[in-house]
Write a new protein. Structure first.
Length: 237
């Protein structure tokens, strides 16, 4: 996790994975691998009560998502509990956007127009645990933070940005050692979304307090959007 977080945050701040690896020649080798991350947004036929309004589609949707997790095509999937647009986040075990798109298009909730997917390449160490999900699934709440470009974002490398990056990495390592930050990784498409952090803590307030200690956030280079994420129990490290 230590090396992964260092590599992750270098990418988030616009640096180089190669540089990070050269600075740590004695460390055990940890490699970031590419996944496909899907943001599931509300579609034209969205209903806030699918179990009541479209029970058969909801039943098929839940069964399909469980089948993807159990076949290891889907690393993790969970519902976002506090957003008016974003309903769920899925992470697929594939480097291919086309393959992930095929899998997600076959979801009855997507095919029926209740959810609309938006795919992004995403990088992380392969730390999620493989489990079998049964019905009814036992769920837990984690806290998913999207890191975005802040008001003072710049890809330009200066002495000041180097100091912010150094402090940023140190803070991330501290959170990892506290076992509060359990998953982290950058997006690979160089857009507004820079990466995600997953906090394994007791409340949204605690996740926000931990995220607020980030020097890159304090400096305005990065901004955070944090959501409760309802996921199957046992997948997070």
């Amino acid at each position: 996790m230590k090396t992964t977080l260092l590599l992750t945050l270098v990418l988030l701040l616009g640096g180089s994975v190669v540089i990070a690896q050269e600075q740590k020649p004695a460390e055990p080798e940890h490699k970031l691998i590419q996944f496909q991350l899907a943001l599931l947004k509300r579609g034209p036929k969205f209903t806030p009560n699918p179990g009541k309004d479209v029970p058969e589609t909801q039943k098929q949707h839940v069964a399909y998502v469980q089948s993807l997790i159990n076949s290891d095509k889907l690393v993790i999937a969970g519902r976002i509990k506090d957003d008016e647009e974003l309903e769920a986040v899925y992470i697929f075990r594939t480097t291919s956007a086309e393959e992930a798109q095929t899998w997600i298009n076959a979801d009855p909730a997507v095919a029926g127009g209740y959810l609309v997917p938006e795919l992004h390449p995403w990088w992380s160490e392969d730390v999620m645990k493989k489990i079998k999900v049964t019905t009814p699934a036992k769920l837990t709440t984690a806290y998913l933070a999207f890191l975005t470009r802040g008001e003072k974002w710049s890809a330009e490398k200066t002495a000041a940005s180097a100091e912010i990056q150094k402090a940023h990495l140190a803070n991330i390592q501290k959170l990892a050692e506290m076992k509060k930050l359990v998953v982290a990784g950058p997006f690979g498409d160089n857009g507004t979304l820079r990466g995600i952090f997953v906090f394994k803590v007791g409340s949204l307030e605690e996740a926000r307090a931990l995220a607020a200690t980030d020097p890159a956030v304090q400096a305005g280079r990065l901004a955070l959007q944090i959501h409760p994420w309802l996921i199957p129990e046992g997948i997070l490290p």
